[in-house]
Write a protein that binds this ligand. Structure first.
Ligand SMILES: C[S@@+](CC[C@H](N)C(=O)[O-])C[C@H]1O[C@@H](n2cnc3c(N)ncnc32)[C@H](O)[C@@H]1O
Length: 185
């Protein structure tokens, strides 16, 4: 069932459907972002710190409750570990991949791009400790634009996609690009 943003939420141009504890945000209450996650829960970690996963809306990135082309930017940072071993706190913090992770992430990409406007931006984060990023990029037909590696092992990938416009689908410049092409002539 479609989830309709209320008046305040309809102003939000950014969706993060798997926002966890919002660790990478400059402002964890950024009013431009609609924060989602499949769980809403609070924990105290072994070192005493609080871990709060309290999304604005509980949602499943495999089946997002939004109309097509709703957002300008989608941030997608799904779980990257299928085997979290004894380190249960990692599972609490980052979540974990299910047995059908390939199908789940394929559906996640498809949904993120569906709810993005044409030429909208998807910011994707992936740590390839267990699964190489090449396998993950093969799960979407959308084309990455730029990428950057970070972390001590250089195994965290930040990848930006721009959703295809009509011209990419049929091989001809679409209406969205016409003004740009005309001004360059
Ligand atoms: C890597 S963490 C996100 C960390 C986050 N970017 C941050 O800055 O703290 C991945 C999150 O995806 C959530 N998740 C797992 N499966 C999901 C699904 N099907 N739909 C939505 N969220 C999901 C997990 O609960 C977890 O909080």
């Amino acid at each position: 069932m479609a989830y309709h943003q209320n008046e305040e939420e309809s102003m939000k141009p950014v969706l993060d459907p798997a926002s966890g504890s919002r660790m990478f945000y400059f402002d964890r209450d950024d009013s431009r972002v609609l924060f989602g996650d499949i769980r809403s829960e609070e924990h105290v970690l072994r070192d005493g710190r609080a871990l709060s996963i309290t999304p604005d809306v509980v949602m499943d990135f495999r089946q997002l409750p939004f109309e097509d082309e709703t957002f300008k930017v989608v941030v997608f940072d799904p779980p990257h570990l299928s085997n979290v071993g004894g380190k249960a706190w990692i599972g609490k913090k980052y979540g974990r991949l299910g047995l059908n992770w390939g199908d789940d992430l394929r559906a996640g990409f498809a949904e993120c791009f569906r709810v993005l406007e044409p030429f909208g931006i998807l910011i994707f984060k992936w740590n390839e400790t267990q699964i190489p990023v090449s396998k993950i990029l093969a799960l979407t037909d959308e084309r990455p634009l730029i990428g950057h590696k970070s972390g001590k092992q250089m195994n965290t990938h930040w990848i930006t996609f721009m959703k295809a416009g009509e011209e990419d689908k049929n091989g001809e410049p679409g209406e969205g690009l016409a003004p740009v092409l005309q001004s360059a002539e």
